[in-house]
Design a protein around this ligand. Sequence first.
Ligand code: PEP
Length: 254
Amino acid sequence: MNKERKLIIAGNWKMNKTVAEGLDLVRGLKIELANVKEVDVVVCPPFTALSEVSKAILDSSLRLGAQNMSEHNVGAYTGEIAAVMLKEFSVRYVILGHSERRQYQKESDALIAKKAAAVHAASLKPIVCVGETLAEREGGKTEAVLETQVSGSLAGLTKEQMTESIVAYEPVWAIGTGKTASTAQAQETHAFIRRLLAKMFDETVARRVRIQYGGSVKPSNARELMSQPDVDGALVGGASLEVRSFADIIRSSI
Ligand code: PEP
């Protein structure tokens, strides 16, 4: 597939996989994806599996991501994980502001912006998630919601930092539901987000930022979604938990 930006496909394991199960998964992916150079492939295990998965993928092109990170560097923040701790395991990417964290941990755009700044300060790359609920889409509020989330969650980043950031458009109604945005909906919304980035930063930055689509991506719909000009990869939940489905998503996107 001839794309303007290199595709980036990340698997968000969420609260799944023990260390042993995670190792099985990445060992299988290493075999299946040994020759894949065209796509940046990232796995995002739970914190407890980062150390072992990191060692297991050292000799491969797989990259490691975390699912969250503290906005603080060190100190009395029970249960939190700092950038320096992630860097011990060669983590390169950090998912921020996933809709599950926005919903269950009440993460705000302002908090996500602080986390994004901390991620960049540690020379890591944030994958910043945005997306509307079904009620918001049906109420015609998609663009307003995305404008608030994009401007709030990416506030304060420099142009250089924004260029190195990834945005994941994940309509909440499509996450884990089996419902996928149509290719037209995905393209239209990605193009809208890119226009927002051009307004906030500039055209060059907007042209360089990779925007992933997330929401029930599977082998059967990946190719069509990835063929859209403004869709630069995927953030995959359920289908990233099995070697076959995740590898097939990646292979069908090339
Ligand atoms: C996600 O949680 O980021 C996600 C897109 O999940 P799923 O692929 O299962 O819809």
